[in-house]
Every structure is written in structure tokens, then in C-alpha cells.
Design a protein. Structure first.
Ligand code: ZN
Length: 247
């Protein structure tokens, strides 16, 4: 009986290498877990070696505040367990949002490095950032962009998507709108295009031409003309036609 119980313990140890807090040695990293969350497909996995190099983190401690150390340890650690996520009293719930912002700000810097650009290129070719909705761009892959480089806690700078062909900016998918534009920055798509010029072939100069019954509209008659052309109005006392003219 005692021997059987011992075997049970042995088998349990072999199956589960959990530590006290429930994390396991072969669990995915926090970074992999974060990037696989729903709507997080815009993020690439930042190389932990990049995060461990203090030179790359200049100024972030001041921007993040007192939870910086804990957030950094979380980012470089393993994925949270289901047990931790399900229990709101767990410490991770106090740090998770700070870790998210810290990771986003590191991410914005990382994707401007040679390695980060390569990581994003793979996602670009897999069309993970979506494709241009403009008809004449023929589903050209989009790139994430921020309209500002400063993180906004009130989410007024959501990530947008840039098309290299029409050079227009489009709103992100509905689920991504809570992701801050500062996590991608204002420089990324333009540095990407300069680094990989083959991703943006000849500018798409095809412009849609509005027509009325097959004829091009004259510039002055365009819908954007400041004063619309009006039909001449009949004077108040004008007769309806020359036939009922008095006299
Ligand atoms: Zn386009």
C-alpha cells in the first residue's frame, strides 16, 4: 500500500513540474502568451535579450512608475497560469496592465531594430495586419502605425493601419482599437518601407474618375465644388409659360 502511494507521488512529479505558485518549467513565456491573446496579432514577440539590455530601456522606468520592476519581471517570466488568472486576489492582476504598457513601449522600440523589422516582415507577408480596403490597392498588406509616440492612458491614440500604395491610414479592426498607437509608433511603417523597398512596388497612381452618363465631370462641376450649380429660378411674377401670358 505504502509502495503504491509512493509510486503515485512519483508519477505526479513526473507529470507536473509545477512550482508553488502553479507555474511550470515548460510553460510558454509571458511574451508568447501575450502575443497569442485575441486581437494581439499586431504584436511581434520581442527577443528577451533585447529587453535584458538596459541600454534599450532608457527612460521607461520613469514613464512606467513604481510597478516597473514587477512588470519587467512578469514580462521576462512565464505565462500566467489559469489558476492565477481566475483568482482576482492574485498579485498579477495589479501588475498585468502595467506589464502590457511596458511591453508595448518596448515593442515600439524593438520593431525599429534590424531584427524587429525582420520579425514584422514575416507577419506582413502573412497579412496579419490586414489588407487595404481601397479597391485600386488590390488587397495590398497594411502595416500598423501610431498617430503619436506618446502612450495615452485614456485610449485616444488607438493603433491605425497604413497602406504603402495609397499612403492612406485606416482604422484598426474593431477588436484592436484598445491597443495604443504608441506601441507601434509613427516611424515604423516608413522605416519598414525604406528597409524593404520591394514590399512597395511602383506607387499606385490609378485614381478613380467620377463620371456622369459616361462623361468625365468638369472640374467646376465636381461634387466638391464650393457652390452647387442651381437651376435658374423662375421669378415670382413670371407667367408659367408664354401661352398664358397676359396680353
Ligand atoms: Zn491602399
Amino acid at each position: 500500500m505504502a509502495r503504491e502511494a509512493g509510486m503515485e507521488v512519483e508519477r505526479y512529479d513526473a507529470l507536473d513540474s509545477s512550482s508553488e505558485d502553479g507555474s511550470s518549467l515548460d510553460e510558454p513565456s509571458w511574451i508568447s502568451w501575450f502575443c497569442l491573446l485575441r486581437h494581439h496579432e499586431l504584436f511581434c514577440e520581442v527577443d528577451p535579450a533585447y529587453i535584458q539590455d538596459r541600454f534599450n530601456l532608457n527612460g521607461l522606468k520613469e514613464e512606467i512608475g513604481p510597478l516597473y520592476g514587477e512588470a519587467m519581471a512578469m514580462i521576462l517570466g512565464t505565462a500566467p497560469t489559469e489558476r492565477q488568472l481566475a483568482d482576482p486576489s492574485q498579485r498579477i492582476h495589479k501588475v498585468l496592465n502595467t506589464a502590457r504598457v511596458l511591453y508595448g513601449l518596448i515593442h515600439a522600440r524593438y520593431i525599429l531594430t534590424a531584427q524587429g523589422l525582420q520579425d514584422m516582415k514575416a507577419k506582413y507577408h502573412a497579412r496579419e495586419f490586414g489588407q487595404c480596403p481601397r479597391t485600386f490597392c488590390h488587397k495590398h498588406p497594411l502595416l500598423p502605425v501610431g498617430l503619436g509616440d506618446q502612450y495615452s492612458p485614456v485610449s485616444d491614440n488607438p493603433v491605425q493601419r497604413f497602406c504603402q500604395l495609397c499612403e492612406e491610414v485606416y482604422e484598426a479592426e474593431t477588436g484592436n482599437t484598445y491597443i495604443d498607437g504608441a506601441f507601434f509608433g509613427t516611424t515604423f511603417p516608413h522605416l519598414f518601407t525604406q528597409s524593404f523597398p520591394d514590399t512597395a512596388p511602383a506607387k499606385n497612381s490609378f485614381k478613380y474618375v467620377p463620371r456622369l452618363f459616361g462623361f468625365k465631370l468638369h472640374a467646376s462641376a465636381s461634387a466638391r465644388a464650393p457652390s452647387p450649380v442651381e437651376w435658374p429660378k423662375r421669378q415670382k411674377n413670371d407667367p408659367d409659360s408664354e401661352f398664358d401670358s397676359p396680353g
